[in-house]
Design a protein around this ligand. Structure first.
Ligand SMILES: CC(=O)SCCNC(=O)CCNC(=O)[C@H](O)C(C)(C)COP(=O)(O)OP(=O)(O)OC[C@H]1O[C@@H](n2cnc3c(N)ncnc32)[C@H](O)[C@@H]1OP(=O)(O)O
Ligand SMILES: O=C(O)CCC(=O)C(=O)O
Length: 403
């Protein structure tokens, strides 16, 4: 575990993350694993369908990045899913392979047939789901699930109990369920699932402490991003002792998506000081693959992945974008396989013009000419309502030079 906010040439995040008073409030597990569900919850993004070959390529890339576990699919969904999971299981990846199962013996048999190492056993516990969608009580859930957890474990599967919509469960239902399961069928780990992405970081911390106390099990956290806090709530869970975070690459997933894999990797490594072995510089390769296969483009301002993350138009400090990036960004662009870029437009300053002329090999000019070029660049940027291309800039320089 690192206690530093700075790594020469790589990142410079807030030192307050490592302030002793701040750290003393954390209850960090020694190791945190990433369980990536891109191939299951990511594929639940409406309209996204990964082929068998896509799934194999994605699983291989997740493994290359060092993801600890891959949830390779829900075999009950289709024969293609089963085939994909079987082939992924045979690849001999370092990542453990999990499948998603209902509390049904047939779903566990499918996990075994597919050669999985582990299984996520999902059952509803959120009150709106229990009362309206299923017409079940906590007892129905407990009695359906206990024999299935035991069956999965007896057959050698690492078993995560995943009572979903956990964050909308009534306290008495979750308490009764946890007590029953611990008495009759203790799993290997326990999931807290913010299915609707509607819990605050504080509520999640409370739930992690509460469920860990009730069960004594390792806690896994699975969240969605409906309030824009999918990653924040998962990191809050880590700060309260969760030891496995669930993710989807590029933040794919139902509705607003799941906690984004790449943001969790960066958060664990840089903000919390875990010495992870994830290959951060391979993130763009995974992101491009996911975007291509899912047909979901990456937003320009998407954390970690966005094209705009290391582009600067504003003139103040522009020369540092390339010369000393950690003054301008919390992470060096190269850490995540990117490059810094200076662009010109309405918000440029003199330093921007000098920088760009040098970058494009357009020579040097006196202060008056630089000021004239700057005025023309601003005018063009305002008219275009965008940044200028190198060609447009070179034309302005040529015109001013010719005067
Ligand atoms: C929060 C969630 O929705 S979790 C899963 C989300 N993912 C998906 O839905 C993946 C895509 N889904 C599919 O391909 C299909 O919906 C399938 C294959 C999973 C199921 O399809 P269907 O054949 O229509 O099954 P159906 O939804 O009717 O459910 C079959 C039975 O499973 C039961 N069931 C549903 N969830 C669970 C569960 N978690 N544990 C145990 N039983 C369950 C239902 O009550 C139903 O029981 P019944 O036959 O006694 O009425
Ligand atoms: O609704 C779903 O997607 C299934 C369970 C799950 O992944 C979740 O509750 O977040």
């Amino acid at each position: 575990m690192r206690e530093t906010h700075f790594e020469e040439g790589k990142w410079w995040v807030s030192p307050y993350n490592f302030e002793p008073e701040v750290r003393s409030e954390l209850n960090l597990a020694e190791k945190v694993e990433i369980h990536d569900a891109t191939l299951r919850d990511g594929e639940q993004t409406p309209g996204v369908v990964f082929s068998i070959d896509d799934k194999i390529a994605i699983a291989s890339k997740l493994d290359e990045l060092g993801v600890d576990r891959i949830e390779a699919g829900m075999p009950a969904v289709s024969a293609d899913d089963q085939q994909a999971i079987k082939e992924i299981s045979k690849l001999g990846l370092k990542s453990k392979i999990f499948t998603f199962a209902r509390a049904m013996k047939t779903d566990i048999d499918l996990a075994l047939e597919c050669g999985a190492d582990g299984v996520v056993i999902e059952v509803p516990i959120g009150y709106p789901k229990l009362v309206t969608q299923f017409g079940w009580t906590w007892e129905d859930v407990a009695k359906k699930t206990a024999p299935i957890i035991n069956y999965a474990r007896e057959n050698g599967l690492q078993t995560l109990f995943f009572p979903y919509d956990t964050t909308r469960a009534r306290k008495e239902d979750l308490t009764n369920l946890c007590n029953y399961i611990m008495d009759n069928a203790p799993p290997d780990s326990m999931g807290i699932v913010d299915t609707m992405g509607c819990a605050t970081p504080e509520a999640i911390k409370y739930m992690v402490r509460w469920v860990k106390d009730m069960t004594g099990l390792p806690i896994e956290i699975h969240t969605h991003n409906d309030f824009g806090m999918g990653v924040a709530t998962e990191l809050a869970a880590v700060s309260a002792g969760a030891s496995c975070v669930h993710s989807c690459a590029n933040g794919l997933g139902e509705r607003t998506g799941n906690a984004a894999l790449e943001e969790l990797m960066m958060g664990l490594h840089l903000l919390y000081g875990y010495d992870t072995q994830y290959k951060l510089d391979k993130i763009p390769e995974l992101a491009a693959l996911i975007s291509e296969k899912s047909n979901v483009p990456i937003a320009q301002n998407k954390p970690v992945l966005g094209r705009g993350n290391f582009i600067r138009e504003s003139g103040i400090g522009i020369n540092l974008v390339m010369n000393d990036p950690l003054v301008m960004f919390a992470t060096h662009p190269a850490l995540t396989g990117k490059k810094g870029e200076v662009v010109l437009g309405k918000k440029s300053g003199k330093a921007s013009i000098i920088y760009k002329m040098s970058e494009l090999g357009l020579g040097e000019l006196d202060d008056d000419k630089i000021a004239t070029i700057l005025a023309e660049v601003k005018k063009a940027g305002i008219a275009k309502r965008n940044v200028l291309s190198d060609e447009e800039f070179a034309n302005i320089v040529a015109t001013v030079k010719a005067k």
